[in-house]
Design a protein around this ligand. Structure first.
Ligand SMILES: [Fe+2]
Length: 319
């Protein structure tokens, strides 16, 4: 059997993907409502936070929020999160979910702040435990730090369904960028985190601990098997050659035909060779050490020391 045929068979046999496809198709046919999505872009970290809601019940999910962080001063603040709170209140939404696509290495999550102000459950993929175990050691957290994901309110497995008002939603495990990456398909909208970027920019790195370019390829092919009209919302945009404005929304069809790294016809070996060579040229993200320390705690800061001050660690010569 050829590689392409084997891949086709694998995707056809993927029952959770079949569920997600059916959900998108039913939404596109108008049998279930489509979510309204508003996006908020944080330029310092190039992160797009998305707020998806059911227009009738007004139940909402906030995907990948950002805490403002001045690293030089060691100061946290919430101007970006406040803009989201203003929007949620102005629209009269009830926040049910604070979804994290993965433990981000380039920005700190504002999920606990938003939860305190707006409610909702903080959720991530259950493979976050793998990330917690690895980085728990890097930061020498000891036994006070639980590596069982208990800092989150819900840990999703591949194929888990959840509700957003009258809309149905499915969590898909899409590892590769990190071992814990999830995509959340809500109605006809897929929130894919860093699994894909805009078609003219390509894909995210796969060289973080537990990352794997082979897995990333398979995860992308999985998402690309969703119906072509599926709306795709990205966690980041960095502009691209010949594009001077930020964009964070695309479609499965546009990615399939146009993604510069991984459009249809690019095979796994070619993708892995490209991704591996490119990753070797990349330095660590500016905020990786503060980000992971906070995000592996579901966005909570480390406990204060005896003097009442909270500290972030800077492990030397480990990454
Ligand atoms: Fe990321």
């Amino acid at each position: 059997m050829g590689v392409a045929l084997a891949e086709k068979r694998r995707l056809e046999a993927d029952i959770h993907l079949v569920d997600a496809k059916e959900q998108v198709e039913r939404t596109l046919r108008g049998e279930i409502r489509s979510p309204v999505v508003a996006s908020f872009f944080d330029e310092p970290t190039f992160t797009a936070t998305h707020v998806a809601h059911d227009p009738v019940t007004k139940k909402a999910a906030i995907v990948d929020s950002v805490m403002d962080f001045d690293q030089a001063a060691g100061r946290t603040s919430f101007e970006g999160a406040e803009r989201i709170i203003d929007y949620v209140r102005a629209e009269g939404l009830t926040v049910e979910w604070l979804l994290e696509t993965h433990a981000h290495a380039d920005h700190l999550s504002a999920a606990p702040f938003l939860q305190e102000k707006l409610g909702g459950r903080i959720a991530i993929g259950e493979k976050i435990r793998t990330v917690q175990e690895f980085f728990g050691k890097i930061f020498n957290e000891g036994t006070n730090f639980a590596c069982d994901g208990s800092q989150f309110d819900r840990l999703f497995l591949d194929g888990d369904r959840f509700e957003l008002g009258a809309l149905s939603a499915i969590a898909l495990h899409v590892p590769g960028h990190t071992p814990a990456d999830m995509a959340y398909v809500i109605g006809d909208a897929a929130f894919v985190g860093d699994t894909m970027f805009m078609s003219d920019y390509g894909t995210a790195r796969a060289d973080f601990p537990g990352g794997d370019a082979h897995q990333l390829y398979k995860s992308i092919r999985r998402l690309m098997a969703l119906p072509e009209q599926t709306r795709v919302f990205l966690c980041h945009d960095y502009k691209a050659p010949n594009r001077d404005h930020y964009v964070w929304e695309t479609t499965v069809g546009a990615e399939r035909t146009g993604n510069v790294h991984v459009h249809e016809g690019v095979d796994e070996a070619a993708f892995v060779a490209m991704r591996t060579a490119r990753d070797q040229t990349l330095g660590m993200p500016r905020l990786i050490l503060p980000s992971i320390q906070v995000n592996m705690r579901a966005g909570h800061l480390p406990e204060p020391e005896a003097n009442g001050t909270r500290y972030l660690k800077l492990p030397l010569n480990l990454l």
